[in-house]
Design a binder for this molecule. Structure first.
Ligand code: MSP
Length: 521
């Protein structure tokens, strides 16, 4: 069975921003981790191309929606390429395959007697593509129009005939599903959803009239599918998109359900409630897990075009390079919580963790080894103990890192790696090999000290692979170790660094960032 990871399917109203880059980078780290654990991974990403928001955007640009979608989709593909995202499938909801799947899915849900015609009235947010529950005092602006707190835009009143999905029928199914503590992570998000479900599920409309930019609902002239109904099905299209016919019956033999949907906190309700109910109605399995991550702000403020503080991932990549940004986003922020991108903090973190702690440890140990042991890793003819202090610390860290990565605790995994490097630096300082080397009778002991620190650096290099892959391979190259491998179990053992192997001249792992202008070496 494969491990199936999905990112949200991003709206193509605009090119990728740092929020979508953040989710995608985290999914990439998770996908790389599972591959290293020896699992077959299907990593799915893609774009959500229908709906009013996209139609209006295209109109405002005086272009047709398909052209607009093609252009923005291209920028997503280019963006993921520049960040070295290792996705396996990229789904577009305007594809023929997807339209085909949506029709097949609808026919199943209809056969379950879960579709009826009803009347929808209410306040709609085009930004969220969602009807909003309006709380009288909280959401009403001065001029008496309610607004969306996420998009800071006025809601629009809608009164139309729509097709409805019988969500209410699935109340107890959903209650059972979310009672499982592993279904929604982190726990705070699970509680949010439990509170929402407790208030009683209401049927929701799955079609729109007077909206041409969508998939036509078969048998219901003038109706197009509601963008969320259409978009969630993109995950199934991606699974079926294996070169064979798009046939929903085949899903039973393929890699469905998803192992994990990684999403932002604002769209959990769709994934935790609507989506499982739709799947049950269609006789399909529900996803195994959801992870709702927090939002990124910039210098303490919500990112917004009017505030002029939107962080452009392309610009950040150009200024600082891939690995520093990846490291900051994954290591500084606890993935479930909101996080703030502060330039000062970013620079300090990258300089401290990558340049001073890990880089320095590597650099000084390689330099000492080259100087005292003939440009090589020291060799000694007695057996190596894995009870030594650095061996014990390294093996503990391996366990901590693997467990935390499994639960998307990138911050905790990164901290454990940095702490190990700090520990190794203290170990060198305390051992003072530069004093011991002056006494010939202590050469063997120095060989052992240096070997252990180099071996710790190798383990750190391997453990960094899913988080900062390029940096990891730089470390391993400096230690004359191969960095191109599929599984890491065999590499995460103490004592594998080859004694006597030649060490190349050390280079700084990363150039310290001085004033915000930085070149990754
Ligand atoms: N199209 C829907 C998802 C459909 S999935 C079948 C959608 N798209 S989106 O482009 O608006 O948002 C995609 C993801 O980006 C969401 O998970 C959202 O939470 C996330 N983010 C948007 N802004 C963000 C930040 N500032 N920070 C972190 N993530 C943010 O919703």
């Amino acid at each position: 069975m494969s491990f199936v990871i999905t990112t949200p399917l991003y709206y193509v109203n605009d090119k990728p921003h740092l929020g979508s880059t953040y989710t995608t980078l985290a999914c990439d780290a998770l996908a790389r981790f599972h591959r290293l654990e020896g699992e077959k991974v299907i990593f799915i990403t893609g774009v959500d191309e229908h709906g009013q928001k996209i139609q209006r955007k295209a109109e405002s640009l005086h272009t047709n929606p398909q052209q607009h979608c093609d252009q923005i989709t291209r920028s997503y593909i280019d963006q993921w390429k520049s960040w070295h995202i290792t996705y396996d499938r990229f789904v577009r909801t305007t594809s023929k395959n997807h339209q085909n799947l949506v029709n097949q899915f609808f026919s199943r849900v209809k056969s379950s007697n879960d579709i009826y015609i009803g009347h929808q009235t209410g306040w709609y947010c085009v930004g969220c593509e969602e009807y909003k529950d309006v709380e009288e005092d909280k959401d009403i602006e001065e001029d008496n129009k309610p607004f969306c707190t996420i998009h800071q835009k006025q809601l629009e009143w809608r009164d139309e005939e729509n097709l409805f999905f019988r969500l209410s029928k699935y109340q107890s199914h959903i209650e059972d599903l979310i009672a499982d503590n592993d279904f929604i992570l982190p726990t705070s998000r699970a509680n949010e959803i439990r509170n929402f479900v407790q208030t009683g599920l209401k049927d929701f409309s799955i079609s729109r009239v007077n909206l041409s930019w969508g998939i036509p609902v078969p048998g219901f002239k003038g109706h197009t599918f509601y963008v969320w109904f259409d978009a969630l099905l993109g995950y199934l299209t991606a699974i079926l998109d294996d070169g064979y016919e798009i046939d929903i019956e085949r899903l039973n033999q393929l890699e469905w359900p998803a192992s994990i949907h990684v999403i932002g906190k604002d769209i959990i309700r769709f994934h935790a409630v609507y989506w499982p109910a739709m799947l049950i109605s269609a006789g399909l399995e529900v996803p195994k897990q959801l992870f709702g991550h927090g939002f990124l702000t910039s210098e303490g403020r919500k990112m917004g075009k009017s505030l002029g503080n939107v962080l452009d991932p392309t610009q950040l990549l150009k200024t600082y390079g891939n690995e520093p940004i990846r490291w900051f986003l994954l290591s500084d922020i606890q993935f479930g919580n909101d996080g703030d991108f502060q330039q000062r903090r970013f620079i300090d973190l990258v300089n401290n963790d990558l340049a001073n702690t890990i880089g320095n440890m590597l650099n000084r140990s390689v330099s000492m080894s080259r100087k005292w042991f003939n440009n090589s890793v020291p060799s000694f003819n007695y057996s190596l103990s894995d009870n030594s202090i650095l061996a014990t610390k390294s093996l503990d860290s391996i366990e901590i890192v693997r467990t935390n990565l499994r639960y998307l605790r990138f911050h905790e995994a990164s901290s454990s790696i940095v702490n190990l490097a700090k520990y190794a630096n203290v170990f060198i300082n305390e051992q003072e090999p530069w004093k011991k080397i002056k006494d010939q009778s202590q050469t063997k002991e120095v060989a052992m000290i240096i070997y252990e620190v180099l071996e710790t650096a190798r383990i750190i290099g391997v453990m960094l692979t899913p988080l900062v892959p390029n940096l990891s391979s730089k470390i391993l190259t400096q230690l004359s170790c191969e960095s191109d491998y599929k599984e890491w179990q065999t590499k995460l053992q103490w004592g594998l660094l080859k004694q006597g192997s030649i060490l190349p001249k050390p280079e700084p792992l990363i150039t310290k960032i001085e004033t915000g202008i930085h070149n990754e070496k």
